[in-house]
Ligand binder design. Structure first.
Ligand SMILES: Nc1nc2c(ncn2[C@@H]2O[C@H](COP(=O)(O)OP(=O)(O)O)[C@@H](O)[C@H]2O)c(=O)[nH]1
Ligand SMILES: [Mg+2]
Length: 199
């Protein structure tokens, strides 16, 4: 049994970028994937999680990540930064090819324990997020919702917005958590929640 909350995070390294499922590393370790709209704060969340400043590249250029980027944590767990979706300025054709890659990956990846679906706490559920959650549900892929950028709202607004997102996605309070890459809020909760997927 592997868990993530007891990892030292002493050893985290970039492993590989995958542009085609044929390039996927052998599925010999449990894997957690991170998905979200471009610019939602996915790279920032990953860096906060692994206690690194910028190992996962954050960028001002949304829609840049076109590959599945694999990181190896303490020789025990693969963490995968999935391409951001929903960026209007990339062509339809390009959006379709990313979607194909992500869908194929999610369908075939036998060691995938959980997809962390990251959404912005400040906004209402967006169509791309709803589609992803619906797809994960109907395909039986375990997922966890994380509402990020919580530092940008007051306590009151946080609960209000979280309730709107819960209703939109049809999840219970226990199926999601609040996070801030800026302050580190929610990191411990996230690690603990992920443990329950890794058993
Ligand atoms: N205040 C605040 N800003 C954040 C947070 N997470 C990300 N950001 C900012 O949002 C922008 C996009 O972040 P990035 O991690 O590159 O998003 P990605 O495209 O989803 O990987 C950057 O300017 C980050 O500094 C957060 O929790 N709080
Ligand atoms: Mg990113």
């Amino acid at each position: 049994m592997t868990d993530i909350s007891s990892q030292s995070f002493a050893d985290v390294s970039f492993l590989t970028s995958v542009f085609d499922v044929k390039q996927l590393p052998a599925p010999e370790l449990p894997e957690i994937a991170f998905a979200g709209r471009s610019n939602v704060g996915k790279s920032s969340l990953l860096n906060r999680l692994i206690k690194r400043k910028n190992l996962v590249k954050t960028s001002g250029k949304p829609g840049k990540t076109q590959s599945l980027n694999f990181f190896l944590l303490d020789n025990s767990i693969y963490l995968v930064d999935l391409p951001g979706y929903g960026y209007a300025r990339v062509s339809k054709k390009m959006q379709a090819s990313w979607q194909d890659l992500i869908t194929e990956y999610l369908e075939i990846r036998e060691n995938l324990k959980c997809v962390v679906v990251i959404v912005d706490l400040r906004h209402e559920p967006k169509i791309g997020d709803m589609q992803l959650v619906d797809w994960l549900r109907s395909n039986g892929v375990p997922f966890l919702l994380v509402y990020t950028k919580a530092d940008k709202l007051s306590g009151n607004q946080r609960s209000k917005n979280a309730a709107i997102l819960d209703a939109g996605f049809g999840v219970a309070k226990s199926d999601r958590l609040l996070f801030s890459a800026k302050t580190g809020m929610g990191r411990d909760n996230l690690l603990q929640a992920l443990d329950s997927f890794l058993v």
